[in-house]
Structures are given as C-alpha cells and as structure tokens.
Design a protein around this ligand. Structure first.
Ligand SMILES: CC(C)(COP(=O)(O)OP(=O)(O)OC[C@H]1O[C@@H](n2cnc3c(N)ncnc32)[C@H](O)[C@@H]1OP(=O)(O)O)[C@@H](O)C(=O)NCCC(=O)NCCS
Length: 163
C-alpha cells in the first residue's frame, strides 16, 4: 500500500460568514462551525482513503473566539495518523476580519473518520508519514488519544430506551 506524506493530505476551505449562519449577536452558530469541521474532515479523509468515510467521533471542541457577519473563516485539515481503517484528522478554524485585518483562532479539533468498503464495512487505509515538527508531535501523540477515545467509549453508560 502507498506511503503518503501528511502534508499531501492537507485540505483548506474558506467561507464567508453570512446572516443566516448567525445568532442574534450577529456571530456564527457553533453548530454551523461543527458542520464545516465535519465536512472538511470528511473531504480530507475521503481523498486519503479513496473510499467513502463516516465520522466515528469528534474530540471535544472549545470555541476560543467567535466570528461575525462579514468575516471569513478558513478551515485547514490534514490526516495526522492512521490506524487500520481509521484516520485521525486535525482541523483548525481561523476567523479573519477582512476590514480590520485581524486574525483569530476560532477552534481546533481532532476527528476520527473510518473508511468503508462497498458493503459499508471498515476497510484499510494507507499509512501517513510525518515530516514537520508539528506533524511529528501530532503523530506521536495520536496513539494515546486513540486509547483515550476507546476508554471513553467503553465507559459510556447504556443508553436510555428509545421512546
Ligand atoms: C464508526 C463505525 C464504522 C465503526 O464500526 P465498528 O463495527 O465499531 O468497526 P470496528 O470496531 O472494526 O472499528 C473500526 C475502526 O473505527 C474505530 N472506531 C470505532 N468506534 C470509534 C469511536 N467511537 N471513536 C473513534 N474511533 C472509533 C476503531 O478504533 C477502528 O479503528 P482501526 O481500524 O484504525 O483500528 C460504526 O460505529 C458506524 O458506522 N458508526 C456510525 C457513523 C456515522 O454514521 N457517522 C455519521 C454521524 S451519525
């Protein structure tokens, strides 16, 4: 199977914050940003796996600053680590006040995307290889994040009955 450099998995998207995306304070809904994050993670993972993917989990998301109508949001994503069928994707969201030239980090998160075959079953993905200092740090710490996700999933309480 091919070896793929992490930098070659990078995807970027820029969006304009418009009135339908915002609340009564004219700032963007957190859920809208989550949808953008999920979309770019799926695109990044699909390009890497060359197959359909699903989102298995999204790590905690802290909103550090907001974005208002007229700002642009730039999302940057890349695959940081791969398991057998899973890909950890890092997503960073930057808000840009285009009038005042202010740039702020809105949020960042790790998502786990799983590649599926034509029968909808998890299927192997190519490995990724880190080069930069940041890539190496994310890569080397990914197994511990994966372990914590498994631990959290195992501790999940039984769901309440569906009404
Ligand atoms: C994600 C999903 C495909 C995993 O299926 P599964 O039968 O548990 O498959 P496996 O146990 O073989 O796990 C497959 C991979 O997913 C990973 N995985 C499973 N659940 C996970 C979770 N909650 N968080 C992170 N990774 C997870 C496993 O670690 C494994 O990774 P690996 O192959 O790299 O080792 C399945 O739970 C699913 O389809 N969920 C719904 C996904 C979806 O529809 N998302 C959209 C929003 S609802």
């Amino acid at each position: 199977m091919d070896k793929i450099l992490i930098k070659d998995t990078k995807t970027t998207q820029t969006r304009l914050v418009l009135p339908p995306d915002t609340n009564h304070l004219d700032t963007i809904f957190g859920g809208k940003i989550l949808a953008y994050i999920d979309e770019i993670a799926a695109l990044t993972a699909m390009k890497h796996a060359k197959s359909a993917v699903v989102t298995a989990s999204i790590d905690s998301v802290d909103f550090l600053s907001s974005a208002k109508v007229g700002d642009s949001l730039t999302l940057e994503a890349y695959v940081t680590y791969t398991g057998t069928s899973s890909m950890e994707v890092y997503v960073k969201v930057i808000a840009h006040d285009l009038i005042n030239h202010e740039i702020t980090l809105t949020t960042e998160s790790f998502l786990t995307m799983v590649a599926l075959d034509q029968d909808g079953k998890p299927t192997p993905v190519p490995k990724v290889y880190p080069e930069s200092k940041q890539e190496k740090e994310f890569y080397s710490t990914a197994p511990e994040r994966k372990r914590l996700r498994k631990e959290r999933a195992a501790k999940r309480p039984k769901s309440s009955p569906i009404l």
